[in-house]
Design a protein around this ligand. Structure first.
Ligand SMILES: [Zn+2]
Length: 74
C-alpha cells in the first residue's frame, strides 16, 4: 500500500491486542457511558480472534509513523 501522507511504501502487518480480546476506538477521548459500554459501542468488529488475542490487518509507514487499517466500528 502507498502511504497517503508521504506516498512511500507501507509495510503490511497486523495490529494485535492482547488481553480481553477486544479492540475499541474512542472518538475524541469521550468518556463512554455505561449504556455505550454494554451496547459494545466503538468495538472494532472485523478483528480476527486467534488464541484469545485480536488481530487486525494494517499497514505501517516507518517514515510517517502512521498505521492504516480497514475498520468496521459498531
Ligand atoms: Zn508515510
Amino acid at each position: 500500500m502507498i502511504c497517503p501522507y508521504c506516498s512511500g511504501m507501507m509495510k503490511k502487518g497486523k495490529l494485535i491486542s492482547e488481553g480481553r480480546g477486544l479492540m475499541r476506538f474512542n472518538a475524541d477521548n469521550q468518556r463512554q457511558d455505561l449504556f455505550g459500554a454494554i451496547a459494545g459501542k466503538g468495538i472494532v468488529r472485523n478483528v480476527k480472534m486467534t488464541n484469545g488475542r485480536a488481530e487486525l490487518d494494517a499497514f505501517y509507514c516507518e517514515r510517517c509513523k502512521k498505521l492504516v487499517a480497514d475498520v468496521n466500528l459498531a
